[in-house]
Every structure is written in C-alpha cells, then in structure tokens.
Design a protein around this ligand. Structure first.
Ligand code: BGC
Length: 271
C-alpha cells in the first residue's frame, strides 16, 4: 500500500530537467520536501545544480546533479542512466527545461526557431519517451504509489495565450499541450499519469529583464488579476501535487498556475 498520506512522495525517486534554477529548482525542493530523492538535471550551470542538490540533501533526501542537453537523444538516455544508477528506478519525471529566444516575427531567424523548438518541444518528447520506457521497466511499486509513473510537463500560459514577438516559444508550448494530452491518452491504461502545469509570470531569470526594465513590472501586473508575480514555489508545490497520489484521478490535464493571467483580464470592465 502507498503511504497513508496521499501527498507523501516518501520512498520515490524523481528526475527534474532544468532543475538548477527557477521553477525547476523549486520543483526539486518541493518534491524533496514531500519525501522524494531527486536527480537535478542541468545543461550548463553545474555550480547551481550542485547547490540545488546540496539544498535537497539538507532536507534529508538523496540528490545528484546530472548534466545533459534535453534536445540530445544520447544525453537524455545518459542522464536517466546516471539518475537511476545513483538513486534507483524513477517514479517521477518532470520535463521542465525550457528557454526563450525572442524576436519580431519577420526578423526571427531559423536558428531562433530551431533553438526553442529543440529544447522546449523536442526535449519534451525525448524526456517523455525515456520516462515511459523506464517506468515500464521498473514496474509497479504499490508500496510507494498507485501509479506506475508520473510525468509532469512544465508548459506555459502561452500554450493557450498567443504571444506576439515570441511565436517560437508560444508554438513550442502549444505543441507541448497536445503532446502531453496525446501521451496521456496512450499510456494512462498502464497506470502512467501524464499532466502539465502552465505557469504565468513567475519571478525567474527567464523574464528578469522584462520585470526589471522601466515600467515592466507594472505592465506585467496589469495582466495578473491576483496582483502579484508568482514565486517559483507556487508552481513547485503544484508539480509536487501532480506527482503524488493526492492527484491520482487527474489525467492529461494542465493546471494553470498564473494568478488568473489566462482569464483575459483586459476584458475586466471592457468589451
Ligand atoms: C514566459 C515568461 C512570461 C510568462 C507570462 C512564461 O511562459 O517564459 O517570460 O513572463 O510566460 O507571459
């Protein structure tokens, strides 16, 4: 039987891609707080990943930093091997690594397009495929979870909200939405639960320049009925929920964690 606390991740093992900073780092810590051991994947920032792993260990959990580019098939297989060799078979995979390469549409280069699609969408495909393979190989562990495995994508409000000057990013997230739902439909019968979070404006490096430019924060807040920019932990906690048996009947869903950004706030008193 799984733990009597359905939120507990005790005895479970997680891999978080792009876990060294931002929402990925918060997800690592919230998973650890709920009881999971965590492999922190990073691409370039080894020091930050080692620091995140140390913070997880300080919570009494096991952790390892694993290097790898989610857009590379070989790197993805290697990062799963490294994580499983160090921590044991994976129960939870968070496909979080993502980036922006913004440009006016007519000036967007093929490289801007390819770079974003490769990490955000192809990376999601490669990580999800490896996760499903590993979950099957591991088999059920009813003493830790009702599910065979939990796969959670970090998408964006821009899987739904069009985004001028960011069409590569919005297209990657729109692609992730139907990728996630289609995988969920295919593998739910085996006990693999696939879901996503769609964060809005969260205080991370990805939008630091926008938030810190003159008038940037005020403009952003106009888009957020809740009246504040989100913290990475706001999203990390929802990821930990989706990884737990507390969400066992949630399949193929995207939970928007956006302070109401996707509610078309421009229509308040308008239209
Ligand atoms: C983007 C951020 C942006 C937020 C809300 C996220 O997906 O990465 O740059 O602030 O969406 O627009």
């Amino acid at each position: 039987m799984a733990s009597s606390d359905p939120h507990s991740l005790s005895g479970q093992t997680a891999l978080v891609t792009g876990g060294s900073s931002g929402i990925g780092r918060a997800a690592c810590l919230e998973l650890a707080r709920a009881g999971a051991d965590v492999a922190v994947n990073y691409h370039g920032s080894q020091d930050a990943a080692e620091e995140a792993a140390a913070a997880i260990r300080a919570l009494g959990r096991r952790a390892i930093a694993v290097q790898g580019d989610v857009g590379s098939e070989g790197d993805v297989a290697a990062m799963f091997d490294e994580a499983e060799n160090a921590l044991g078979p994976l129960d939870i995979v968070v496909s979080n690594a993502g980036l922006q390469r913004d440009a006016k549409f007519a000036e967007m280069t093929l490289d801007d397009w390819d770079t974003v699609i490769r990490t955000n969408l192809t990376g999601g495909f490669l990580v999800a495929r490896e996760a499903v393979r590993r979950f099957r190989k591991k088999g059920r562990r009813p003493e830790t979870s009702r599910a065979l495995g939990k796969l959670i994508f970090d998408s964006s409000v821009h899987q739904r909200i069009p985004w001028a000057f960011h069409v590569n990013y919005a297209a990657s997230k729109g692609g992730l939405k139907i990728l996630m739902e289609s995988i969920a439909q295919e593998v739910a019968v085996e006990g693999i639960r696939v879901n996503a979070v769609a964060p809005g404006a969260i205080a991370t490096d990805i939008n630091k320049l926008e938030r810190e430019k003159a008038g940037g924060l005020e403009a952003m807040l106009q888009l957020i009925p809740h009246g504040r920019v989100g913290d990475p932990e706001d999203v990390g906690r929802v990821i930990a929920f989706l990884a737990s048996d507390a969400s066992d009947y949630i399949v193929g869903q995207t939970l928007f964690v956006d302070g109401g950004m996707a509610l078309y706030p421009g229509f308040r008193g308008n239209g």
